[in-house]
Write a protein that binds this ligand. Sequence first.
Ligand code: SIN
Length: 319
Amino acid sequence: MVQAKKIKNWVVLGTGGTIAGTAASASDHTGYTAAQLGVAQLMAALPDVDQVLGGDRLQVEQVAQLDSKDMGHATWQALAQRCQHWLAQPDVGGIVVTHGTDTLEETAWFLQQVLPSAKPVVLTCAMRPATALAPDGPQNLLDALTVARHPQAQGVLAVCAGRIHCARDVQKVHPYRLDAFSSGEAGPQGWVEQGQVRWSGPCQATEPHAHAPQALAQAPADWPWVDVLHSHAGADARQVHALVAAGVKGLVLAGTGNGTVHQSLLTALNEAQAHGVVVRLVTRCAEGQIVGQPAALQLAPLGLNAFKARVSLMLDLMA
Ligand code: SIN
């Protein structure tokens, strides 16, 4: 007897972004408003989705509707809670999240840190609004669904312009072109070509951060305040003094080159540490990570960029 295929559910969570944006004119790629169309509308307009689903079911939910420049901790928590809910359903195979491109890498890293990685959560986006003459969102969405359904997919991934990136490495590197993301020296995790996934290597299973339960439950208003500073010519220590006086709990310093820090900032940061502020150092260079030197300050882990290091330090400091 032929066994009936087990029907799976795939979930698409909408959070807004350019992928859901509209413009007055089809040729306008910059003067649009992000987060105007619901994720159900985006899915309804998608051709060939039944073909990609292969008889499986799709569940669609609007978690937020915003321009991702305005992403905040409350939305992150709500999104993580909905992911946690759906991933716990045995019949759910994985999740696709539609997201703005501007802070996608930060959301990806936050989700990677707080969710179990056995099933995939695939973030996707667009650089052109949905009303453009040739929008990129529909293809990215189909590709993201294809990746989520691939048996080797796990953890948090991002899919844009035919390339698959892992949460740790993905970074927006261009303000306008369609292929706006890069995984830097690591290279992409894979590609989606004509509906087929080609991996460059296995997806890494990772353990959630020890404080993931706090991030999922603790009121976001009570999350520790962690901010990002840059070392640069003419850097002024007054910004450090102001942040410490205002109650900052953690600071990520994007240092120059191989983790060097302007002397005026270094003095102020050492004073901040003496007051209990936790400081972590990354490089402001677009590629690579700090190598070899006894750094002036403690390094952030994993060679993260400043904005992902901020997420990790915030989680570290959650009591
Ligand atoms: C956003 O990040 O929400 C707007 C920009 C974009 O999605 O490309």
